[in-house]
Design a protein around this ligand. Sequence first.
Ligand code: GSH
Length: 200
Amino acid sequence: MKLICHPISPYARKAMILARLSGIALDEVQPENNGANGYMAGDNPLGKIPALEWQPGQFLFDSPVICEYLDSLSDAPILPAAGHMRFTQLWQHALGDGLSDAVYNYRMETVRPPELHWDEMIGRHETAIRNAVMTLEKISPWLGEDWTFGNIAIVCGLDYAGYRAEHFNWKKAAPNLAEWHWQKMQTIVWQQTNAYAEAI
Ligand SMILES: N[C@@H](CCC(=O)N[C@@H](CS)C(=O)NCC(=O)O)C(=O)O
């Protein structure tokens, strides 16, 4: 299967981690980025990555759907099939993605020429980044030692925050979370998919 991806994208990186954990060999293809036009590979009508070619010529998106699909192919899926734990994992995954969304939106606002900056909107995204990190700090004892469906998104969101919202210094703001994250940095899948070497 072909995964249109780039490890700098926290959404694409989740799928790259899950595939490695599930023992699924993907053909990872990095598309051209056409700036404000997005990724015009024709694989995702929304011009976004990741996209997974799950049937010849047919692409699955967005990243939570891709992750759930890859996990369903595993002999030992990590997302519980039902019940309270399933929704806890999906909630954690959404919180991690929400952090990535806030960082991504912050980046999109601040990458514009200075005269087009909208300070209120920048502040709104910074608040979401801070609140997401502080929520994660509170729940850090329950994020799990092993990789889970939820914490994959959280790790990808935190690394992306370290890269694109470096000034916020989430590790200083959330020391317990940083300690938990450090354990994930020691794993092979984290190292194989880390594209932010100099930023972390
Ligand atoms: N909700 C989507 C978000 C995907 C997304 O925004 N990807 C970014 C890369 S980090 C992208 O492709 N941006 C190009 C664009 O929107 O122009 C998902 O989870 O897959």
